[in-house]
Design a protein around this ligand. Structure first.
Ligand code: GLU
Ligand code: MG
Length: 469
């Protein structure tokens, strides 16, 4: 074990482990009644890939107490499964324990006999592993709670459904964007997806055909930050399983066909104090409270670094082009789908419930735990500064001439993963929040992927990553 892995107090004591095993016995009975015989223990690496180790139900109680072994090296895996190294994490040594969160174990309705359990990763001694992305998300939610604040988060899930023929994506439907024709063509498929998600306890708010060929979208209700990240993983794996039953492949990649509208992974975020939404009912623009605005300003100001978390792959920058509703300019606007930060106020009568910030420039190559943790870290860092938002931008910034953009202080977000990695590397807010081992591992993966695809055409980047997430 390297020295840094021995940092921090013991988080899983012997009593905790016995308690978890006892609690797991009840979960095992429930899962057995639901016909489950295998449990997939899942986590997401820094390249955005959901990794899994599965245990038979008969071993689940043991996994709940003692975890299942796994090397830390996955935190420096690149999207093609090649391996880089970072200052702290990497190499063949060391072992971690994957410990399932018993509150989130759910039978997978599209994979009969299987259940899903997100894990937290601990050292063999029972300390929190400093590279654990889920623990980072929880620490940031706890940081907010320490200030009397709670966040509500949801991820929009966009995907392209189809097959591949000699390297070309073939959509599963022909109908137009947002068209009812697509709903007719894929009516069994769409219904099965929503039904499967609802039986898994996911509160689906909408299912709709999206803009690009074969593109669909599901939106789910907001919940706590870690829960929303878990939902994002569960929703995508369920969509994948249902798609497979229909003979389709599914792509959550930022770009499915280079040059066309890609898949976003927009994040909706609101901040609450004592049951009151801080993005509504205040004296500021559109009812923002001072703290709500400072939180939004904290995020907006750090977007060039945050994008290394939310748009983490080389393929992300194939998607991030102007006038594609991907929000590539560092600006904000009420209901402006070309602003990286869209303020959603909600309709009259429910603004206090619905007002939220939408981060448009993020995609689903992102690790959702890193996303929620990083957004909270930068938003909360804005509170003591008491910052305010700059002038609102309405309309598409791409329609403005260079000098007007400059005059209004509208900056294009990083154009490449390399640029985003440089902004991230210099960001002290995120370094402090993540801690060095996690921060350095993320940075190494970003730099490794930038190098992996250096000089590679957009078409080839897309072809090599289309089915990876
Ligand atoms: N597919 C677009 C993207 O790449 C987003 C479309 C929308 O606004 O929902 O983010
Ligand atoms: Mg959409």
């Amino acid at each position: 074990m390297t020295a840094w892995m021995a940092e921090g107090p013991i988080a899983l004591s012997a009593e905790d482990r016995i308690g978890a095993m006892v609690q797991a016995d009840e979960v095992v009975v429930r899962l057995g009644d639901a016909g489950v015989s295998m449990v997939a223990l899942c986590w997401v690496d820094n390249a955005g890939v959901t990794r899994a180790k599965a245990v038979p139900l008969s071993r689940f109680d043991r996994a709940a107490g003692w975890g299942v072994g796994m090397s830390p090296v996955f935190d420096v895996f690149l999207i093609d499964d090649s391996i880089t190294a970072s200052r702290y994490i990497g190499g063949p040594g060391g072992d971690l324990r994957l410990v399932p969160d018993l509150h989130r174990v759910v039978p997978l309705t599209a994979q009969p006999g299987w259940a899903f359990a997100p894990v937290d990763r601990y050292t063999q001694e029972g300390r929190h592993y400093l590279g654990c992305q889920r623990n980072f998300a929880r620490r940031m939610a706890d940081r907010a709670a320490g200030l009397g604040l709670q966040a509500q988060v949801s991820f929009e899930i966009e995907w392209a459904v189809g097959t591949e023929d000699e390297g070309t994506f073939v959509p599963a439907c022909q109908g137009p964007a947002y068209g009812m024709a697509r709903v007719v063509e894929l009516s069994d498929y769409g219904r099965e997806i929503v039904f499967a998600l609802e039986r898994e306890g996911i509160a689906v708010e909408q299912f709709h055909p999206e803009y690009a060929d074969g593109q669909m979208e599901v939106s789910v209700a907001p919940t706590d930050p870690v829960g929303a990240a878990d939902d994002s993983v569960l929703v995508r794996q369920t969509i994948r399983a249902v798609s497979q039953q229909f003979g389709y492949q599914v792509s959550f990649a930022p770009s499915v066909v280079a040059g066309y509208v890609g898949n976003g992974g927009h994040v909706h975020l609101s901040l609450w104090r004592e049951g009151k939404n801080l993005l509504s009912g205040g004296p500021g623009r559109y009812g923002l409270t001072a703290d709500g605005e400072a939180f939004a300003a904290g995020i907006l100001s750090e977007l060039p670094a945050l994008i290394a978390i939310g748009a983490p792959s080389v393929a992300s920058y194939v998607r991030l082009v102007p006038s594609h509703w991907a929000g590539v300019y560092q600006c904000w606007g009420r209901e402006n789908r070309e602003a990286a930060l869209r303020l959603v106020t909600g309709s009259s009568g429910e603004q206090d419930l619905r007002a939220n910030l939408e981060i448009k420039c993020f995609d689903l190559a992102a690790n959702p735990y890193l996303v929620v943790g990083s957004l909270l870290a930068t938003g909360l860092a804005g509170l003591p500064v008491g910052g305010s938002l700059p002038d609102e931008i309405s309309g598409d910034p791409a329609d403005l001439a260079e000098d007007e953009l400059a005059e209004r202080g509208i900056v294009r977000l990083p154009l490449s993963l390399g640029e985003a990695a440089d902004a991230f590397a210099a960001n002290e807010v995120l370094r402090e929040a993540m801690g060095d081992p996690l921060f350095e591992a993320v940075l190494a993966v970003r730099r490794g992927e930038a190098e992996l695809f250096a000089g590679v055409s957009h078409d080839e980047v897309v072809a090599r990553t289309r089915w990876r997430w």
